[in-house]
Ligand binder design. Structure first.
Ligand code: CO
Length: 496
């Protein structure tokens, strides 16, 4: 019997019980120089990697219903002279502080977390707990933690101390959302080639209003424009080209009644409608922003776009798409998920022909993948290399355990796997100073290492993933699986 069990467990490149432990809370806050390093940190790597994700998967011992409901914990890796300093801190949102004091769940979460006491105690409580857990960016001399349904929280980049909700110097109003997926246009034509940050917010309803913000490097608003689309919108990410902001309005229906009555989280009331097409909405970035185009495509469900660009009157957009929405199932434990029963995320290329409103789609990568990332200089431009987190096996749905690099020109792939003990997060590509080639740089990813129940930061060579990490930095503890992060060329660490 023992042998049979062992045999079964070896057929998978991962062990579900080990994978689950990456979703244990990390309530502690640390600050230390990382001194357990395999390999060598490249001396030219100077700056700060910021990452965000749920740090608490339980409140006072009661599990939350879904990791997306977890309080945001920001991590920073400060690199200089071949050394690295680590720090993590919870974002002191109002909800985090109050629940920490109370030692119990005080708020409902969007993805099904309920207050104790059953539906009676949850009905008609439509407050939103701003959990600040999805991304963290440094722009306009501010570090901000982002959660799409509410305002950003500003943090001190040196200490990660929470400075409070931030309205971006009046760009936002109380109650506004600000998506967790800003793009930095490396050279905006409307601003004489200066970089600019482009982000959006959604006001969902019977019709949904998409507001777009374009923000200068000094934090000043350059352009704000809005467009309303019919129907409910569940849009997590978008893409930009020099002339357009592009949104995929996934085919979903929203029935708020179980949410209002206290039976379900709002996110559990979203129903994917596979018989309806996705609406692709292109909003012009050029004033007066009026010539909006809408095209239809059978795309499945998209969370993340890799990049977009324009070529000969066409807009090309590469996205990770699922044949159906990986639904949050009420009353089920997300840790017990049967990966094999779900559709994998796969990389598709959508070619939008704006002269006849047709769309061609093509599967670029069938291996289960997520968290696409390109060289920041290639955002909104024709590009060659794409980095993703990917499953160990080439078919089926499974946890992300490897780093995948696609050469979109030749179709060649490189893959490096951390299986069976490693579970990767989003890759972040940092170009080398004075790099010539698009892939000349480092790929940084946080890996949960089940062998030690700790996390490692792996640094890979962007030109050659397959030789394995140049350096593996072992933290003294684990960090729960995170969401998104970003790189700043500024070093905000201690004077090492
Ligand atoms: Co995302």
């Amino acid at each position: 019997m023992t042998n049979l069990l062992n045999l079964e467990s070896t057929t998978k490149p991962y062990n579900p019980q080990e994978w689950q432990r990456g979703y244990e809370s990390q309530p502690n806050e640390y600050a230390y120089e990382i001194d357990e390093i395999e390999g060598e940190i490249p001396r030219q790597l100077k700056g700060t990697l910021f990452r965000n994700g749920p740090g608490l998967l339980d409140i006072g011992g009661t599990p939350i219903a879904h990791p997306f409901d977890g309080d945001g914990m920001v991590n920073a890796f400060y690199f200089k002279d071949g050394r690295a300093y680590f720090r993590n801190r919870f974002v002191r949102t109002e909800g985090y502080v109050r629940e920490r004091q109370a030692g119990e769940i005080l708020y409902r979460g969007v993805f099904g977390t309920q207050k104790p006491g059953g539906w009676l105690n949850n009905a008609f409580d439509l407050r939103r707990k701003n959990i600040a857990n999805t991304n963290v960016i440094y722009w306009g001399d501010k570090l901000v933690a982002l959660w799409e349904a509410a305002e950003p929280h500003r943090l001190d980049p040196y200490t990660l101390e929470t400075l409070g909700i931030d309205y971006l110097d009046g760009i936002l109003q109380p109650g506004d959302g600000f998506a967790a997926h800003p793009w930095i246009d490396p050279s905006c034509e409307l601003d004489n080639g200066a970089p600019c940050l482009v982000n959006f917010s959604i006001e969902p309803g019977l019709s949904s209003k998409i507001t777009i913000y374009e923000i200068a490097p000094n934090g000043k608003l350059l352009r704000r424009y809005a467009h309303s689309v019919p129907g409910f919108c569940f849009i997590h990410d978008f893409a930009i080209t020099p002339n357009y902001c592009i949104f995929f309005q996934n085919p979903v229906a929203f029935n708020p009644i179980p949410y209002v009555l206290g039976f379900r989280g709002a996110g559990e009331c979203i129903q994917f409608q596979s018989d309806r097409p996705t609406q692709v909405i292109l909003i012009p970035r050029n004033p007066p922003h009026k010539e909006v185009k809408v095209l239809s495509v059978q795309s499945g469900f998209v969370f993340h776009h890799a990049n977009a660009f324009e070529r000969e009157g066409k807009v090309i957009i590469d996205s990770v798409a699922y044949a159906s929405l990986p639904q949050v199932q009420p009353d089920s434990n997300y840790k017990e998920v049967d990966f094999e029963a779900l559709d994998p995320g796969q990389l598709w290329r959508f070619t939008l022909n704006l002269s006849d409103n047709t769309v061609e789609n093509k599967l670029l990568e069938s291996r289960c993948c997520e968290f696409p990332y390109v060289n920041p200089a290639k955002v909104s431009k024709e590009y060659r290399y794409l980095f993703l987190g990917a499953a160990h096996n080439s078919t089926g749905n499974a946890p992300l355990q490897g780093m995948l690099k696609l050469d979109l020109q030749t179709g060649k792939r490189q893959f490096y796997s951390f299986a069976p003990k490693g579970y990767v997060s989003e890759p972040i590509f940092v170009p080398k100073p004075n790099a010539n080639a698009e892939d000349e740089g480092w790929l940084l990813t946080l890996v949960y290492n089940a062998a030690h129940h700790r996390s490692d930061l792996a640094i890979l060579d962007g030109e050659d993933l397959e030789k394995g990490p140049l350096a593996c930095l072992h933290l003294k503890h684990h960090i729960p699986y995170g969401l998104h992060g970003s790189w700043s060329d500024r070093y905000f660490g201690e004077q090492l």
